[in-house]
Design a protein around this ligand. Structure first.
Ligand code: PEP
Ligand code: MN
Length: 348
């Protein structure tokens, strides 16, 4: 069951409900969203019903949710959510472009990629400092040095940063630099990491596991929400199929399906889906046309020297076409491109 609190319900009111639920042997998980607070109840439904929860002060609604995920279910929130990343909206009427290098390599490369991202119309900068690589011999990322580079580039360009965290032990450190924490496909069911990210106080970008069903993906999001954080954006990034001509198969139908099942925004990663530069724009078109709330795209100033995923990175020559796409297609499906934040004043 889920209790939806009236806007402005006080902490004391919420605490008294948590205590009441505990008094009948249940557990209550409080999740504070931007516009309202919801309380998920776990335990014996009949005992909860005996409490006459509807009549309690501050309670707007009490819902029985039929899906196994409760807090992220569309059943408790008919309206789709907007997640704000350092003020930049994802969801609602917006189509948000996130762009940047796969990996942070040097200050120069990161700044150049961020300027490319801005030129294309991106309002958020992506870039990995901790890279989950298939091979232990491949570049693993610069770690905290990479986070510092990202923070400097944010100061210089005004673009808030989205960066991956691969280990629960690093969540606090990464969250101290990042505006949004990314959890990658390989960690979608790393439950300790999901829980730590749920407690970090930053929005989370949750990529779909490459072999995960949509229900498993939403259950992973529920782990984050259950720790009190509903600022979650889902990212479809391609799944494993028998097809070998692309790196992964973009499951485009996952976008409307996840949007029907969950109120969370859903974005698409056309770079990691196709794995090839010349597929990024066609797959971006498909994502925007199907109603994705955003796209996250790899760009690199010199992909031939990139330490990670060069073949799928867009180059400076591709930016005009990307900019044209993100400015012209969203209005045809009732969306507008999230504006690029103003650049930080020089010297700040
Ligand atoms: C990435 O975005 O850098 C990444 C590693 O993606 P994924 O987890 O989808 O493979
Ligand atoms: Mn990558």
């Amino acid at each position: 069951m889920v209790i939806v609190m009236a806007p402005g319900a006080s902490s004391d009111t919420i605490d008294s409900i948590v205590d009441l639920v505990a008094s009948v042997g249940g557990e209550a998980y409080v999740t504070r969203g931007v516009s309202r607070t919801i309380i998920g109840l776990v335990g014996d439904v009949q005992r909860f019903e005996s409490l006459d929860l509807h009549a309690l002060p501050g309670v707007a609604d009490v819902l029985r949710i039929s899906t196994p995920y409760k807090l992220v279910s569309r059943e408790n929130t008919a309206q789709r959510s907007v997640v704000r990343v350092a003020g930049v909206p994802i969801g609602g009427d917006h189509m948000t472009l996130i762009a940047g290098p796969c990996a942070v390599e040097t200050p120069e490369q990161t700044l150049e990629a961020a300027l490319m991202a801005r030129r294309a119309g991106a309002s958020l900068l992506r870039g990995g400092a901790y890279k989950p690589r298939t091979s232990p011999y491949a570049f693993q990322g610069l770690g905290e040095t990479g986070l510092k580079i990202l923070a400097d580039v944010r100061d210089e360009t005004g673009l808030p940063i989205v960066t991956e965290v691969v280990d629960a032990a690093d969540v606090e450190l990464v969250a101290s630099y990042a505006d949004m924490l990314q959890i990658g496909t390989r960690n979608m069911q790393n439950f300790a990491l999901l829980q730590a990210a749920g407690e970090a106080g930053k929005p989370v970008l949750l990529k779909r596991g490459m072999s995960a069903t949509i229900e498993e993906w939403l259950m992973a999001a529920e782990y984050i929400a259950q720790r009190g954080n509903l600022d979650i954006v889902l990212c479809e990034r391609g799944i494993r199929t028998f097809e070998k001509s692309t790196r992964n198969t973009l499951d485009i139908s996952a976008v409307p399906v996840a949007q029907q099942l969950s109120h969370l925004p859903v974005i698409v990663d056309p770079s990691h889906s196709g794995g090839k530069r010349d597929l990024v724009l066609p797959l971006s078109r498909a994502a925007i046309a199907v109603g994705a709330d955003g796209i996250i795209v790899d760009v690199h100033p010199a992909p031939e020297t990139a330490l990670c995923d060069g073949p799928q990175a867009l180059t400076a020559a591709d930016l005009d076409e990307l900019a044209h796409l993100v400015n012209t297609l969203p209005p045809l499906v009732g969306r507008t491109l999230t504006p690029v934040p103003s650049a930080a004043p020089a010297g700040v």
